[in-house]
Design a protein around this ligand. Sequence first.
Ligand code: FMN
Length: 215
Amino acid sequence: MTDEVSEEKIYPLGYEPQESPQTSDPNVRNQLLDFILKSGPAEIIDTDLFAVMAKRRSTRKFSDKPVETTKIDKIIAAADTAPTAGNYQGFEIFYIKNPEKKKLLVDACNKQPYVDAPVVLVFCKNPSRVKFDFPEYVLKKFAIQDATLAAGYSQLAAQALGLSSIWIGMFDEQKVMDVIGTDLVPSSVLCIGYPEQTKFPKPRRNLKDLVHVVW
Ligand SMILES: Cc1cc2nc3c(=O)[nH]c(=O)nc-3n(C[C@H](O)[C@H](O)[C@H](O)COP(=O)(O)O)c2cc1C
């Protein structure tokens, strides 16, 4: 632990949380979430994790209502709490703000029109961050798990905030990379917004088919 507080700006150009610390404090694990939790009244709609999980349902029709920056902050902060292999955080989040690029992503995602959503986050693998002395294929495996878990955390956070989402796994990797301007391979595109309609969650199979007891 150190008491150092860096003067370096901690947010990327073009994304500044609604309210936020301006400088980096290495003593705080997740500065954005720390700040959110300390500041003001919580506007989280559902704080019961299991209720959030039970109610989550993918949405492919979003209303035009814009998503508040405070909610986007929470969705991003949630991703940043996910476990990662060795805590190396082998993933990156691309927050797509450019409307033209969202349209290009529709094409890159097998022409799925709902990709042009109010909030679009592309989760990419970054195996170069994973500093284990393991073969490359293991680092890649860790990075895809890191990116996937982080996106899953964001998806649940969105639900907790009264939003809905659709996870996009069907895309042309190279096309997505070209649109967002990276050489990192995407693992998922998470599209988020207010649902036009709230739907019942989809059924799942019986536990007896899902769980395999190993004695
Ligand atoms: C790995 C993965 C890939 C997916 N890819 C797509 C996709 O490309 N397009 C789409 O409309 N939905 C996609 N989905 C969403 C699923 O269709 C959806 O989660 C599933 O039908 C279950 O519905 P629920 O999320 O409402 O429980 C994907 C989900 C996952 C986990």
